[in-house]
Design a protein around this ligand. Sequence first.
Ligand code: NA7
Length: 543
Amino acid sequence: MTKIQEFDAIVVGAGYSGMYMLHLLQKEGYSVRLFEAGGNVGGTWYWNRYPGARCDTPSEFYCYTFSEELYKDWSWFSLYPEQSEILDYLNYVVDKLDLRKDIQFNTRATSAEYDETINRWRIRTDDGNVTLAKYFIPAIGSLAASHTPDIKGLESFEGEKYHTSKWPHEGVDLKGKRVGVIGTGSTGVQAIAAIAKEAEHLTVFQRTAQYAFPVKNPLLDPDEIKNMKDNFQELRGKIREHPIGMPSFPLVNDYSALDDSPEERNKLFEQLWQNGRGFQFLFAYNDLVTSDDANETLADFVRSKIKEIVKDPETAENLMPTFFVGGKRPICATSYYETYNRENVSLVNLKKTPFVECTKKGLRTTEEEHELDMIVFASGFDAMTGALMNADIRGRNGILLREKWEDGNNLKTYLGMTNVEFPNMFTIGGVHFPLMINVPPVGEVLAEWIIDCIKYMDENGIGEIEATLEAEEAWTKELNEIGNESFYPKVDSWYTGANIEGKPRGFLGHPGDFIIYQEQLAASRDYKGFKFIPLQDTAKKSS
Ligand code: NA7
């Protein structure tokens, strides 16, 4: 029998942002239920268990900073934590904050509709139950809908097939297997280096060659951990003042890359390469992602490293990236290029020899058939829009979110969080969510905005909040302007929807930096971009 329950708020997704949102709602005394499709907390980190999965953001910032006690009672042991260490951390948090009592695991929200007659969101879940709530907060993340290439004949393959984002929890035996990996994004480069060590043979199918900045994976020593904890307050401030929320990456030279001689520049780049601190490269000079010529100096340097590292000249040539560095999500990797020197690894350049079909034995390109025991899809996500548009989310008058967005051709939000015609719904992660900023602090800032708004509504007897058309139009226009001036349109990537054939192009995420976004959020706290309906009027409507 269908069970109907009512809460003040429903949160969907137990990743970083959803967990913090739940904590804030609990703390303020709201009744809340969080639905999570997985069997435990973690979101992205719960599902993405492929070999080599690891965070490319230093652990000291890839965590919550709203509570000094929470920060200090946990000690990371890796600078760049593996997936399992992040899950351990999130399990520590969920227990310490006593969040589990309000989380329903193994439960997928299948639809959400706003019922104007009762001014409540009605959420249906795959256990057959219905839940009503005044506030609906999908925190499902930007990369929740995986993408598998549409290769002819894929169903006929007789070997094993896995997508990295749905990696079996019990693990996969790679020993003695001929494995093919499709994709060389952040996931692919990690998986490739790890799979190569176990598989009998690894064939990498690469569509676009990548810049992979090296990261070394040192364990943190006790002094570093103590230092992080002792400087917590300062660190918290610095995270929010840094363009991507990662203050251990300072601007090295506050001048153009072109102002240094090639020798000086290469000396610095070489130092950064040896240091192995990934994203630090983008902050070597102040114009690396604003000037084509400056960008090309970095691109050239990486290409020279590929030539130096990869022994087989043809493989090295195929690994040479040519696009504007940063246009695709920058990639941090450990021993990525070195992996191609292994006897058991080969590279297929799909730009030269595209897929023709998948056969029962493997993948056939225009050149040859590659026989495989296993295909691993590291082929990314229908990012930002996928999960929200696949879901049945209905606002006023039954309008579907994907209809409002005209299937991705007309993406609009206000603040990357609210939508005209979808009252009392706040989205974290998804359309207009920041593209390149460290996710946990952005999630914190948004969850804090939402809880303040909810409190404001309840303290002022407000039944409904909804973005105004003008605010939504102005925000979307502003974002497009920032985006057009940025480097994002220069390159095909998931940032603009170009990773998936047929997906409409546009600025899916917020193209500005963390400081700009926080300024926009701060400015919106006067609520002039919203319409409020007093509680008594919503009550009248429903009577
Ligand atoms: P990405 O970065 O989208 O990478 C996906 C990879 O798969 C990329 O190399 C794609 O090539 C490749 N791809 C996608 N479709 C195809 C087809 N049809 N044929 C061949 N190759 C294909 O996803 P990740 O999972 O690596 O990373 C996602 C985010 O997770 C990352 O940005 C971080 O934020 C963490 P392309 O480059 O599009 O030519």
